[in-house]
Design a binder for this molecule. Structure first.
Ligand SMILES: Cc1cc2nc3c(=O)[nH]c(=O)nc-3n(C[C@H](O)[C@H](O)[C@H](O)COP(=O)(O)OP(=O)(O)OC[C@H]3O[C@@H](n4cnc5c(N)ncnc54)[C@H](O)[C@@H]3O)c2cc1C
Length: 516
């Protein structure tokens, strides 16, 4: 007999096979000796009641049956050295997963990346944190693996309808991610594990005849009769291909400027902007798990908050339990913060973006910038945040209680943010329609999570790169740019994805359209 059942266990029972076996045997009313094997299919934490439970969906094989499913080790990638070349600009999740799918489809990916390979990139990241120097081509957003490399590596998405999520997760596992991501309801990888996975993906691509070029910034397109033939890098080298996948992410402002200057249609689109909030992890654990400490069997607790204030969405974004806040600017003279964590999520801090929707109607003062209105708005706020200290990557901050009372903090809480914080009026750096809504939303959130509004939390400015403020419009059928043939805007920078998984899924979708 093979049976799928759902059971709930205490956290301390989950990793003990005997406890699991006993619970399963009781649930299906057979003696324990009759169970051959138990495979966990899904795992989630249920903290709705005082006693926190781990909910499992398991497949039970009794003695007369055997587990036959295994992760497919079949190599589906073709050797493509002499196949039709497809240019991919950008090696983030969209570019990399487009490349893997092209290999499966028998087309040759040629990836061109402005940043450095993963090994060299880590030195620039270290410099950014310690020396506070921003390398405009190698930072938390640019370089091998894109913005997803030094991140929390959360792998959930709301856009599962867009493609085969399981295929993306399987590919990550076959390149070194833990099998846990296949069963967890909210899988994540962690920044300590992501770099080796990314370099394994590069190896797969090169071993199957694809090509990789680092430190080549694309500065122009080769277009004839509204048909893209290739791209040109900063040294004048030309890369020609049958199609061009433009997967440059939402921080490649120079690419939007280039498209705009060449009168290749782009559009302003709504996005969201706000701050990053950092609590002691222990406060979040005690709220979410209803007890003083989470103990040794539960992971650092997460949260997701959303409300409407005066008709606008205010929501938490990219919550990093047991994580750190990082400087995510791509140029000197800007302050942008984001969050990441390692696989064990064991820092004493919990941080999350807390952002307000920005509609095109909020950008009246920027109308003269046309399609770049949102981008210029973002840029001005990032500069204003920088001007507070005018010094490296030191970020403006405020205690949460002072932020809601529009008061500068006499002093700040300790923080995970390595470059350092300076006490400032974050509520004045943000446009008032954003600051006011955040202030009101925090009171609502404290109602939902008692103890969330606390002077022990810091507000850190600014969380401005949540999603792209620009869309590069494409034909919904062919996924090609609506004016330029064989140009495939892809991933977060094209405005069609947000996050690692949805960008990867978009890369796959574009590769399949190219094959067609
Ligand atoms: C610190 C941080 C933490 C994050 N945490 C998470 C998380 O936990 N979960 C999640 O789902 N998402 C997270 N995100 C967001 C996620 O990383 C992005 O949504 C995702 O990486 C977008 O994928 P992409 O391939 O579309 O673009 P990107 O990842 O931005 O990749 C674009 C690539 O294009 C390159 N490029 C840009 N311009 C050029 C050019 N002119 N020439 C050549 N190359 C160019 C860049 O160097 C970059 O490598 C995080 C982001 C950051 C910054």
């Amino acid at each position: 007999m093979i049976k799928e059942i759902e059971i709930a266990l205490l956290p301390e029972q989950v990793n003990i096979y005997n406890s699991l076996e006993k619970a399963v045997a009781q649930a299906i009313r057979i003696p324990r000796e009759k169970i051959n094997f138990i495979s966990i299919l899904k795992r989630s934490i249920d903290a709705r009641k005082a006693k926190v439970l781990i909910r499992l969906k398991v497949k039970v094989y009794t003695l007369e049956s055997h587990p036959t499913e295994e992760i497919s080790s079949e190599n589906k990638y073709k050797y493509v050295q002499n196949a039709d070349p497809i240019i991919i600009v950008g090696s983030g999740p969209a570019g990399l997963f487009a490349a893997l799918r092209l290999l499966e489809l028998g087309l040759k990916p040629i990836i061109i990346e402005r940043g450095k390979d993963i090994h060299l990139r880590k030195y620039d990241i270290a410099d950014l944190n310690r020396e506070q120097k921003v390398n405009p081509d190698s930072n938390y957003c640019f370089g091998e693996g894109g913005a997803g490399t030094y991140s929390d590596g959360k792998l959930y998405t709301r856009s599962t309808k867009r493609g085969d999520l399981n295929d993306i997760l399987q590919k990550l596992v076959s390149h070194g991610a833990s099998c846990d991501i296949l069963i967890d309801a909210h899988p994540h990888i962690g920044t300590d594990k992501l770099p080796s996975i990314i370099s394994n993906i590069r190896e797969t691509i090169i071993n199957h005849g694809g090509e990789f070029y680092f430190e080549r910034k694309i500065v122009d397109f080769l277009i004839k009769d509204s048909n893209i033939k290739g791209v040109i890098d900063q040294s004048g080298s030309i890369y020609e291909g049958k199609s061009v996948i433009l997967a440059t992410g939402h921080s490649a402002r120079d690419i939007y400027e280039l498209l705009n200057s060449k009168e290749i249609l782009i559009e302003a689109k709504p996005f969201a902007l706000g701050i990053r909030i950092e609590h002691p992890q222990q406060i979040i654990d005690s709220i979410q798990y209803h007890s003083k400490s989470r103990g040794q069997f539960l992971p650092a607790a997460t949260y997701q908050l959303v409300t409407q204030v005066e008709g606008k969405g205010v929501f938490s974004f990219c919550m990093c339990p047991g994580g750190i806040i990082v400087p995510a600017a791509t140029e000197e003279g800007q302050i942008v913060v984001n969050g990441m964590s390692n696989s064990r999520r064991n820092s004493p801090y919990a941080n999350a973006g807390m952002v307000v929707s920005v509609e095109l109607s909020d950008l009246q003062a920027y109308q003269s910038h046309g399609a770049l209105a949102g981008l210029k708005f973002q840029e001005d706020i990032e500069k204003a945040a920088f001007n507070v200290s005018g010094n490296g990557q030191i970020a403006p901050a405020q205690r949460m209680t002072d932020f809601i009372n529009s008061k500068v903090s006499a002093n700040l809480n300790s923080s995970s943010y390595v470059p350092g914080l300076v006490s400032a009026s974050v509520h004045e750096i943000l446009p008032s329609f954003i600051a006011k809504r955040l202030q009101q939303a925090f009171v609502v959130f404290d109602d939902k999570m008692k103890g969330y509004l606390t002077q022990e939390a810091n507000i850190v400015g600014v969380e401005s790169r949540t999603s792209s403020p620009v869309r590069i419009p494409r034909n919904p059928e062919t996924l090609q740019h609506i004016q330029i043939k064989n140009l495939y805007p892809c991933g977060e920078g094209a405005g069609y994805a947000g996050g690692i998984i949805s960008s990867a899924l978009d890369g796959v979708a574009v590769a399949e359209k190219i094959r067609k």
